[in-house]
Write a protein that binds this ligand. Sequence first.
Ligand code: THU
Length: 139
Amino acid sequence: MSATLHGAGHEAQVQSAVDVMQRAYAPYSQFRVGATLVAADGSEFHGCNVENASYPAGICAERSALSAAVAAGQRRFSLHVVATEATEPTPPCGICRQALVEFEPQLQIVSASLDGRRVSYRLSELLPVPFTPASLAHR
Ligand code: THU
């Protein structure tokens, strides 16, 4: 894993991820997450986790942002910033990795904590052997 620690960079996108994190609906986990997804044309989309009394019906911040982006006609992306209140920056969960790899296998992901810690990954590092549209052809 070649994740790197940074103290700076992408600060506007980190700030918007922190802002949307504060609108998360997370009464069950108390773990609020915000995400900013930057499309190839520079437009930005935001998402937060939205939990549900039927727990599996909840959605993560990253897939919430991805859905907003795709609904707006975007399918190529350059950066995904994820902010939480955890002391350690946290990477996207496995389901979100799979959702993102469908569109941008080399996506840069920056995880941010509120105290200024940053970790940067490539999606291909986080999900090195993905199931892709091409996998469906192997029948
Ligand atoms: N969560 C996210 O929004 N993104 C992730 O990558 C990890 C987990 C949410 C799901 C749930 O609402 C809460 O965080 C605790 O798992």
